[in-house]
Ligand binder design. Structure first.
Ligand code: PEP
Ligand code: MG
Length: 296
């Protein structure tokens, strides 16, 4: 079965009844670019930069090189690069706050970037420069309020103006957000993002009050909880209303048990760990959307 799936990994993923589902990959470090040829995927749906940039927070050139390598690997396919999502399960010594009583509910992701605009702007500069090399999309993690998205866009505009003034080559990237905070999911229609990508790992843990890394409560942290699925369906509707793309980049996108429910909720783009891509495409090919809609 696995061998058959690998043999067909380069073919597009169409459901039984012919609906195309984009399958992209999550890149969490350079080794993830060696698992598959880029031709097997529809692009990079999530590049995590905590691992690329932990040592180079202030080093624009080093970041540019890392992003350029991703763009070259993707060879013209869209590449979504997430700004630093430090904190929670991803501490960066010297940057994240030590001793928060509940780091998952603390200063993390975009919250931390907005506290450290000098570091955030280094990353935005490197990303805007790498956007010359292909369709690069910048994605913000842990967005909670529409005002944060607007503040982040303000930093992007300033950085683009600086680059233009100093005659450095750059392009304006698409600017979107992770939807992984329940309040943001339920108010997705209010966010002026260029795209939404649903982070089911954090969305599920916050919605079910069950830690994403707690073995004792693993059964509670269930993306198939009707409350979580209702939020996902709401984000899909908000994306359609705003005419922006909605994908899922959390682990649920690579979970064959969850994929039917995600497609039933209207999701048409999945971003998965590269090793899972062949099986995810095979799972999509077995689904009949018309039957799913009937609840079969
Ligand atoms: C998520 O929360 O689902 C996600 C994709 O981001 P991360 O796992 O990096 O927090
Ligand atoms: Mg997350």
């Amino acid at each position: 079965r696995k061998a058959g799936a690998v043999a067909r990994q380069h073919e597009p993923a169409l459901t039984r009844d012919g609906t195309a589902v984009a399958v992209l990959v999550n890149i969490s470090g350079p080794a993830d670019m060696t698992v598959l040829p880029a031709a097997a995927c529809d692009g990079v749906g999530l590049a995590r930069t905590e691992f690329l940039t932990a040592n180079v927070l202030h080093d624009e050139e080093a970041q540019y090189r890392a992003y350029a390598e991703l763009m070259r690997w993707a060879d013209g396919r869209p590449v979504t690069i997430r700004t630093l999502d430090a904190g929670g399960d991803k501490p960066i010594p010297g940057y994240t706050i030590d001793g928060e009583s509940n780091p998952f509910l603390g200063l993390r992701g975009l919250r931390l970037s907005l506290r450290h605009p000098e570091i955030f702007r280094v990353q935005l500069r490197a990303l805007a420069r790498a956007a010359v090399l292909g369709p690069l999309k910048v994605m913000l993690p842990m967005v909670t309020n529409a005002a944060e998205l607007d503040a982040a866009r303000g930093h992007l505009r300033d950085v683009l103006a600086e680059l233009a003034d100093s005659h450095v080559a750059f392009a304006e990237p698409a600017f979107g957000m992770m939807v992984e905070v329940p309040a943001a999911a339920l108010a997705a229609q209010d966010f002026a993002a260029d795209f939404f990508s649903i982070g089911t790992n954090d969305l599920t843990q916050y919605a079910t009050a069950a830690s994403r890394d707690g073995a004792e409560v693993a059964d509670y942290a269930d993306v198939l909880h009707p409350g979580v699925l209702a939020m996902i369906a709401h984000v899909v509707r908000a994306g359609r209303a705003r005419s922006v793309e909605v994908s899922v980049c959390g682990d649920a996108a690579g979970d064959v048990r969850a994929i039917p429910a995600l497609l039933a909720a209207g999701v048409r783009a999945l971003s998965v760990s590269p090793g899972l891509l062949p099986l995810v495409k095979a799972a999509v090919r077995e689904i009949d959307l018309a039957k799913l809609a009937e609840g079969a």
